[in-house]
Design a protein around this ligand. Structure first.
Ligand code: FAD
Ligand code: UDP
Length: 366
């Protein structure tokens, strides 16, 4: 195989780089060990024809006009604002925590100013915000922390919030108004025909050859490409010389509910304190599909299995820094994406990183 570029991984990182480089006239092979494109964003119709996300719910949101415009060349959109409820003490309450969450949980009738005063009274001020515990107790105090965050986080990560960087829990804001949207980004929309269809259009270029069901590890000695873009786990690329980088995994339990038109009132319901799963998502809310039946997925966090989440905590950052040093020295290879950069990236951030990697390669003369 003699090509300009070998891309390992057909997820957002790999597919965006491949599309940009092929558009610039380069020959590209995109390899993935899975039998399909789209990485973790892969969606497909289930046996009843309901569009589901095999690897858990993927909701697109971004503040980046550049990223949104770029993807818009490959898909039309369906506007969608995600809403999430958390089951706490027998009630389904808005998360992010907002005015209605507090009023309904405690049977109060606060207004926005009243809630600000309330938070001021119950918060536990932390001089320095380092961990996910710090950020939440510093804002809303211990009771809301225990009811909405601590159990969910322990389940999701197998760690207490005090063991994770503040950036993890900071992903979910705390509000004093009644806004119950999960995200407030400028652009919030789902690809109209799904993610897989969008990826198909990105990769539909005569200069791109797809090699699905192929593992880079079994061909790396025979590859002949001017450059490689690697989007798999960075430690695996280096045969885990410094030890394995921890990733959190999940088991997805998909279920069809024949004859049930709507299972739950919103796209996702979180279970911070009950059950072994963290959340249930009902896909029809996300996709807007009309169907007499419905499909849901439960997410069960696991210590082992496919790597889905880098685990943001100090010792993992230190270990990653050693791999990053190796990666920076590795000639002819770029490391891009959530697993290759060990960053808790959302899809839009991966697209941004991939666009800039492709620009760098072209400017560098590939
Ligand atoms: P991936 O999508 O993981 O792609 C990497 C690909 O590389 C994989 O297909 C893998 O098979 C392949 N690969 C790895 N090693 C090899 C090898 N040796 N040989 C060949 N192929 C290899 N983001 C959002 O913005 N909104 C959301 O709502 C959202 N929800 C999420 C829910 C879950 C449960 C998870 C796990 C993630 C979610 N994300 C969400 C994050 C999103 O999935 C990622 O940001 C994005 O998919 C990362 O793209 P990527 O290309 O870096 O990695
Ligand atoms: N989180 C929580 N309770 C919730 C929702 C989120 O404690 O009801 C915490 C938890 O640590 C979680 C993190 O906030 O891992 C980020 O949540 P997000 O919904 O962004 O996670 P993702 O969709 O990436 O799994």
């Amino acid at each position: 195989m003699a090509v300009d570029l070998l891309v390992v991984g057909a997820g957002f990182a790999g597919s965006v780089v491949a599309e940009r480089m092929a558009a610039a006239g380069k020959s590209v092979v995109v390899m993935d060990r899975r039998e399909h494109i789209a990485g973790n964003a892969y969606d497909e119709p289930d046996s009843r024809g309901i569009l589901i996300h095999r690897y858990g719910p993927h909701i697109f949101h971004t503040n980046s006009r550049e990223v949104f415009d770029y993807l818009s060349a490959f898909t039309a959109w369906r506007p969608y604002e995600h809403r999430v409820l958390a089951q706490v003490e027998g009630q389904l309450l808005p998360i992010p925590i907002n005015l209605d969450t507090v009023n309904r949980l405690y049977g109060l009738a606060l207004d926005e100013e009243g809630l600000k005063d309330y938070f001021e009274r119950v918060r536990d001020p932390r001089p320095e915000i380092r961990t996910s515990e710090d950020v939440i107790v510093n804002t809303v105090g211990w009771d809301l922390y225990r009811k909405f965050y601590q159990g969910y986080t322990r389940k999701q990560w197998g760690l207490d919030p005090s063991e994770l960087f503040a950036s993890v829990a900071s992903r979910v804001p705390v509000r004093t108004n009644r806004d119950d949207r999960y995200f407030t980004d400028t652009y919030q929309a789902m690809p109209l025909d799904g993610y897989t269809a969008m990826f198909s259009r990105m990769l539909d270029n005569p200069r791109i050859t797809l090699a699905l069901g192929e593992d880079f590890r079994s061909v790396r000695e025979t590859v002949s490409a001017r450059h490689i873009v690697y989007t798999g786990p960075v430690d695996e690329y280096f045969d885990s010389v410094f030890g394995k980088l921890p990733y959190r995994s999940l088991t997805f339990e998909h279920e069809q509910l024949p004859g049930v038109a709507t299972f739950q009132p919103v796209g996702t319901v979180n279970y911070p304190n009950d059950h072994a799963y963290t959340r249930i998502t009902e896909f029809k809310h996300l996709t807007g599909q009309e169907h007499p039946d419905t499909s849901i997925v439960r997410e069960y966090p696991q210590a082992t299995g496919d790597p889905y989440y880098p685990i943001p905590r100090p010792e993992n950052d230190a270990l990653y820094a050693r791999y990053r040093e190796l990666a920076e020295k590795e000639k002819g290879v770029s490391f891009v994406g959530r697993l290759a950069q060990y960053r808790y990236y959302n899809m839009d951030q991966v697209v941004g990183a991939a666009l800039s990697a492709a620009r760098g390669l072209l400017e560098g003369g590939l």
